[in-house]
Design a protein around this ligand. Structure first.
Ligand SMILES: [Zn+2]
Length: 394
């Protein structure tokens, strides 16, 4: 699905949340609010509520993307997954005000949706009635499915806005914090380190509270319970990983900036003609080299395709005996290539996004090199901050 030129991807994990929300509403909350509803009404309303919930998560992510685009940051893809959404940013914002606006617009969007839904749900109800608890309960029971849905959607969007505003990088609130520290120190790396440390601190707080709840303790504001505890610890663990990863990504990005592919590409590599039988490819090429992919070239050294170890592993012994390289290769039209002048950082992004291990470097239809993920990682290891020697004191 594409909206405004941005690919929208739905992760399988979303299905779990979708089922959880629908069942939770249809068999828990809605019957509690409306004992008189038929199961069909409850399930249909719950289904619609879950759908609209994801639509509002999508609106939240789209708002990040659109403000990003206004600031010259292209967003290629939005992935909806178990914890909501994530916009895939090609580059980090270059200036702190851009980062600030891009981060804060998401929670503001959720808040706006939340308030609008609540207003729509309570439209026409005298304010005096809303102020009295007894009447609210009475009103709640009398709400039609549409208004019930709006009421739930309104409050869940406000929860979403508040959760995302928690100053734990890489949540939106953490990004706001990082932008402010970046503005104050004019040092993106230091701001990211601090924001990431605060994010990890918050994550460990969640993990600790989760464990305490599992052990039967009651935590202020969060309550207790085994399931809640496990859930909380899981979110904490996820946030901790995300905070660590964002900082490492920034370091990688800084190190690889402006490094051309030509400095890291493999120039001594084997190519294979298309008519070679797979048996020979395995015995004569793959087992004698550490290459996991071989460019397939014709007599004029033009690239016809690439043959990957990954694909060969999936073939049956029978197929390996009878097929040739041409049968097993990925043809050149399906390949992604790079040029020797490209930035390694861009190549690394492509490798990560498409889950490739290498790209051929092309010049006039000929392969002049291979750029591999392992070589980029080796370069990072050799150019990064020194690793402590085993057993060395800090
Ligand atoms: Zn957000």
């Amino acid at each position: 699905m594409r909206i405004a030129g941005i690919d929208i991807t739905v992760d399988w994990s979303l299905l779990i949340i979708f089922v959880l929300i629908t069942t939770g509403l249809a068999s828990g909350l809605f019957p509690q609010w409306h004992p008189q509803w038929s199961p069909t009404t409850a399930w249909l309303t719950a289904f619609a509520a879950a759908l609209l919930f994801f639509a509002s998560v999508l609106a939240h992510e789209l708002s990040h993307s659109l403000v990003g685009r206004m600031n010259g940051i292209e967003i290629k893809r939005i992935t909806l997954f178990v914890f909501g959404g994530m916009a895939q940013i090609e580059h980090e914002p270059g200036r702190w005000p851009a980062e600030l606006w891009m981060a804060i617009v998401g929670p503001l969007t959720s808040l706006a949706i939340g308030i609008l839904c609540l207003l729509a749900a309570s439209a026409g109800t005298p304010a005096a009635d809303l102020a009295s608890i007894a009447r609210v309960q009475h009103l709640l029971a009398g709400l039609d499915p549409g208004r019930t849905l709006l009421l739930w959607l309104g409050q869940i969007n406000i929860v979403l806005a508040v959760f995302n505003l928690v100053p734990a990088f890489p949540l939106d609130g953490g990004r706001v914090l990082r932008a402010l520290m970046w503005g104050a120190t004019h040092d993106l790396r230091r701001a990211t380190r601090w924001a990431s440390a605060i994010g990890q601190g918050f994550a460990w707080l969640l993990i600790g509270s989760g464990i305490a709840m599992v052990l039967g303790l009651s935590v202020p504001f969060l309550g207790g319970g085994l399931l809640n505890g496990i859930w909380l610890a899981f979110i904490g663990w996820f946030l901790n990983n995300a905070a660590l990863m964002s900082y490492r990504q920034l370091l990688t990005r800084e190190m690889l900036q402006d490094v051309p592919v030509s400095r890291l590409m493999l120039v001594h590599f084997e190519v294979v003609p298309p008519q070679v039988p797979l048996d020979t490819l395995i015995e004569g090429y793959m087992l004698r080299s550490d290459q996991r992919a071989f460019p397939v070239v014709d007599r004029d050294e033009r690239l016809l395709g690439m043959v990957f170890q990954r694909d060969i592993e999936r073939l049956s012994p029978e197929q390996r005996r009878t097929m040739t390289v041409r049968d097993a290769m990925k043809p050149v039209e399906q390949l992604v290539g790079a040029r020797s002048g490209d930035d390694v950082l861009d190549v690394l992004n492509v490798l990560a996004q498409r889950d490739f291990n290498q790209l051929p470097i092309l010049e006039n239809g000929r392969v002049i090199g291979l750029i591999r993920r392992v070589d980029i990682l080796r370069w990072l290891a050799l150019h990064g901050s020194p690793k402590p020697a085993p057993g060395a004191r800090k």
